[in-house]
Design a binder for this molecule. Structure first.
Ligand SMILES: CC(C)(COP(=O)(O)OP(=O)(O)OC[C@H]1O[C@@H](n2cnc3c(N)ncnc32)[C@H](O)[C@@H]1OP(=O)(O)O)[C@@H](O)C(=O)NCCC(=O)NCCS
Length: 168
């Protein structure tokens, strides 16, 4: 009983999120290959880290990279480009912690809206995004070239009052 209570607390505890540096890129690409069919190279990630408007964050339990997120800031909008968690460490809240940190970083950068694209069949990702407040704003029919699956475009409005029309 005590174990179940402790396990429940651990699952709900936010995980520490840190910036990913150049020395982690080999580990990042190795992790990405376990999570996606199409992956970026170390050189592509190096270019991303060199750009001011990209952020690459990770979770390193026991000093091993187990989860990461990539997003970019474009004026007052942001786009989540990649999010993945090592298959052995899923369903313990790592992705939620990364999204939560991303929202904090975006809010501090005065971002108004965060966008992302996700496969319509990706139920774990949709669960994380919807629970974090993202809503579907568009469907791109047969968007993915490999299997013609639809993409859903989700967005999170960080300034809800923007939606209220002003009275002149
Ligand atoms: C999507 C992904 C990042 C989620 O990471 P994660 O750390 O397991 O996510 P979390 O633990 O924070 O939350 C997972 C949620 O999905 C839910 N879930 C898992 N499998 C599910 C399924 N088949 N159907 C519906 N919900 C599901 C879990 O129940 C959990 O929700 P809960 O906490 O309310 O119970 C991970 O599965 C992954 O890396 N997938 C491969 C890469 C990918 O698809 N990335 C997203 C690209 S947009």
């Amino acid at each position: 009983m005590l174990f179940m209570v402790l396990a429940g607390i651990m699952l709900k505890t936010p995980h520490q999120v840190y910036p990913i540096e150049k020395e982690h890129l080999a580990e990042l690409v190795f992790l990405e290959r376990q999570c996606f069919a199409q992956t970026w190279t170390i050189e592509q990630y190096q270019e991303i880290l060199d750009q001011d408007n990209y952020r690459v964050l990770g979770i390193f339990p026991d000093n091993r990279l187990n989860a990461y997120i990539v997003f970019c800031l474009i004026q007052d909008e942001a786009e989540i480009i990649n999010l993945a968690v090592h298959p052995e460490f899923r369903n313990i809240g790592l992705a939620r912690s990364l999204i939560s940190k991303t929202i904090d970083v975006c809010a501090q950068a005065m971002v108004k809206k965060i966008f992302l694209e996700v496969r319509s069949s990706n139920l774990p990702a949709l669960s994380v995004y919807r629970d974090s407040g993202f809503v579907e704003v568009a469907r791109r029919i047969k968007y993915y070239q490999d299997d013609h699956e639809d993409a859903l475009v989700l967005s999170l409005n960080l300034i809800p009052s923007d939606n209220i029309p002003t009275q002149d």
